[in-house]
Design a binder for this molecule. Sequence first.
Ligand SMILES: Nc1ncnc2c1ncn2[C@@H]1O[C@H](COP(=O)(O)OP(=O)(O)OP(=O)(O)O)[C@@H](O)[C@H]1O
Length: 266
Amino acid sequence: MPSIDVHNLSIVFPLYHENTRNLRNMTHLFMSGRLKKDQHHKILVEGLRNISFSLNTGDRVGLIGHNGAGKTTLLRTMAGIYEPITGHIRIQGSLSTLLDPSSGMNMDLTGRENIHLKCLMNGYSQKQTQEIEESVKDFSELGSYLDIPVRTYSSGMQLRLGFGLTTAIAPQILMMDEWFLTGDAGFIIKATKRIEQIVQKSQILVVSTHSPEIIIKWCNRVLWLDQGFLKMDGSPEEVLPIYLNKSYEEILPKDAGNNTDIVQKE
Ligand SMILES: Nc1ncnc2c1ncn2[C@@H]1O[C@H](COP(=O)(O)OP(=O)(O)OP(=O)(O)O)[C@@H](O)[C@H]1O
């Protein structure tokens, strides 16, 4: 069964930029107590501070928190991009991430070659590879661009390819940053539909978002990060009213009762 166990996790970032000597630029970080000095007097920012939680099958988690709270850092650490300085993360199950459109993509290869490479790395059969290629081709609408190097793509084209490829097969665990649902209006509609299909099939979802609508639609659990700490862990009904300082009825989208494509909550 897929699961995620995060225990006493802390992440720090060294600050190398010369502006770190300018105290005015750093006031908000000083105020929050998130700046430290190491033994060489280098300034460090605490991205995450002593976080613990466990996720199991059926958990559809919305990560919320104000700018700089640590949402992206937590997603990136769970995805294995950042190394914890203390604590540990244990993940069981197949994991896909929608964090960076070009991540895992070889920019010198064509879109089609990248599809084949990913399928090869995942050990997919020839038949599965053909199906994935068809699915990505349809979704991305890249046409003949699929046969030229990815480095020549616009950022929107990279997004279509990365999104199409990552969502072609439903993983057991899906992690995504909500900014993935940006782009032109047509793409957002298409991407939202595809995400909703994959969200229904995935057994654990973690989405970082500033949107209460996404949480109400997709999530049955909310982790509220504040200044790098885990401030609250509960259902949307429990956490959102406190976070937004509104009643749950005020937060509910007006058409919530009529929405037919809402993901079923466990
Ligand atoms: N590469 C980095 N180097 C230095 N500091 C960083 C780095 N990445 C993040 N931080 C710091 O870590 C803290 C958490 O940042 P993070 O990007 O995780 O926040 P967030 O909740 O995702 O914010 P937002 O909603 O604005 O995207 C912030 O104080 C940020 O300045």
